[in-house]
Structure formats: C-alpha cells, structure tokens
Design a protein around this ligand. Structure first.
Ligand code: HEC
Length: 155
C-alpha cells in the first residue's frame, strides 16, 4: 500500500516535472524575442538608415495623406524633438501606424508608413545612406532617434 502511494507520488511528480520542463521550454523560446525588444538600440538615425529615394516616396505619402493636418514644421519643432529624441525609431513608427492619419488610423500599408517615417528623418536633417529602411519592426527597434547636434540645440 505504501509502495503504491509512493509510486503514485513518483508518477505524479514526474508528470509535474514534465509540465515544468515544457513550461520552461516555452519560456526559453519566448525569451529571445522579448529580450530583443528590451535591448538597447544599437544603431543611430545619424548613420544613414534610409535612402534618398525612399524619403522621396515618403514625401509623396506625406503630401497626399498627412499635409491636410500637418505642416513640415510640426515634425521639426521643439515639441517633436523632445517627444522623440533618444527613443527607439520603432516608437515613432508605432505611433504613426497606430494613430495616424488621425481621421483613419492604420489605413496605409506598412511600406507607406515606413517611407513616410524616412521623410520625417530627412526633415530632421538625418542623413540618407545606401540602404533603405526595411519595413521590419525588429530592425527599426534597433535604431535610436538621434538628431544632428545643430538641430538638438535649436529649441
Ligand atoms: C486628420 C488630421 C491628421 C492627419 C491626416 C494626420 N495627422 Fe498626425 N497628428 C494629428 C493630430 C491632431 C496630432 C496631435 C496628437 C494627437 O492628437 O494624437 C498628430 C500628431 C502626429 C505626430 C506626433 C507629433 C509630435 O510632435 O510628437 C506625428 C509624428 C504625426 N502626427 C504624423 C502623421 C503622419 C506621418 C501622417 C500621415 C500619414 C499624419 N500624421 C496625418 C492629426 C493628423
């Protein structure tokens, strides 16, 4: 009888450790993604993270969709700079994707949002480079919004 109880305990204990192992497995699989999201941006918007052609496409999106409510100045003034400077570029993209255009949020394609974002970078005198900004949230999360020093002091 005692043996049976012990055996049952061992079986159920084993099952618990199997469940625990499974949970642990899920946790370790989930970990890299969340760790990546939390990791500090490793690139800067001063490093040429978009192309001139991409910003031109972004300007077309801006003229067609955003200009009704925004002037160019609304993306380059002190409020804009203090809101976004030092944050991951993905924060700004997320804001635009989730909240803009204010009258129809989320209505553009991911590419259009990414392009218009590069136009905002251009407006803030961040240099163009040789590779387009990919419409890939992990890559964009790895970029920190940094303004050229001349712009930073222009409050
Ligand atoms: C119908 C009007 C409207 C349109 C169209 C619109 N916006 Fe906005 N936008 C606003 C308002 C109002 C705010 C102020 C914040 C709020 O109310 O959410 C804002 C805020 C913003 C901000 C934050 C500015 C800051 O100083 O931090 C950004 C960036 C932005 N809009 C980008 C865009 C882009 C890009 C588009 C085009 C795809 C766009 N908006 C289209 C009305 C609009």
């Amino acid at each position: 009888m005692l043996r049976l109880v012990v055996r049952r305990w061992v079986v159920s204990h084993r099952r618990i450790s199997q469940v625990a192992a499974a949970l642990l497995c899920v946790a370790t699989v989930a970990l890299p993604a969340s760790a990546a999201a939390q990791s500090q941006p490793s690139r800067s918007t001063l490093a040429g993270v978009y192309t001139a052609g991409q910003a031109t496409r972004g300007q077309q999106v801006f003229s067609g969709v955003c200009m009704g409510c925004h002037t160019v100045a609304s993306y380059t003034n002190a409020t804009f700079i203090s809101n976004w400077s030092g944050r991951p570029l993905s924060d700004l993209l997320g804001f635009i994707r989730n909240r803009m255009p204010k009258n129809d949020p989320g209505s553009l394609t991911v590419e259009e949002y990414t392009d218009v974002l590069t136009y905002l970078l251009k407006l803030n005198a961040m240099p163009a480079g040789s590779e387009e900004l990919p419409a890939d949230s992990a890559a964009i999360a790895a970029i920190k919004i940094e303004l050229p020093s001349a712009r930073q002091t222009k409050h």
